[in-house]
Design a protein around this ligand. Structure first.
Ligand SMILES: [Zn+2]
Length: 63
C-alpha cells in the first residue's frame, strides 16, 4: 500500500523543513500516528518521516 500525501501533509513537511532550517530540529508530530517527525539526510537528499513505517514520509533527492 502506498501512503498518499495530502496537500496538508506537504504543508506540514514544509513547516518541518522550515523548523530544521531555523532551529536545526522540529517539534512537529505526525497527524496520523502521533509520533515525532524527523528529517534524515540520505546521501545528497533527505527523508522527512514520522516514526511509523508506511505512514507519513516524503523523500527528496538532491539535484
Ligand atoms: Zn505517522
Amino acid at each position: 500500500m502506498v501512503f498518499k500525501l495530502s496537500q496538508k501533509d506537504f504543508e506540514l513537511i514544509d513547516a518541518v523543513l522550515d523548523d530544521y532550517a531555523k532551529k536545526g530540529k522540529t517539534d512537529k508530530i505526525c497527524p496520523y500516528c502521533g509520533t515525532p517527525i524527523k528529517k534524515k539526510v540520505v546521501g545528497m537528499g533527505y527523508t522527512v518521516s514520522c516514526q511509523t513505517q508506511n505512514c507519513l514520509q516524503e523523500t527528496c533527492r538532491g539535484i
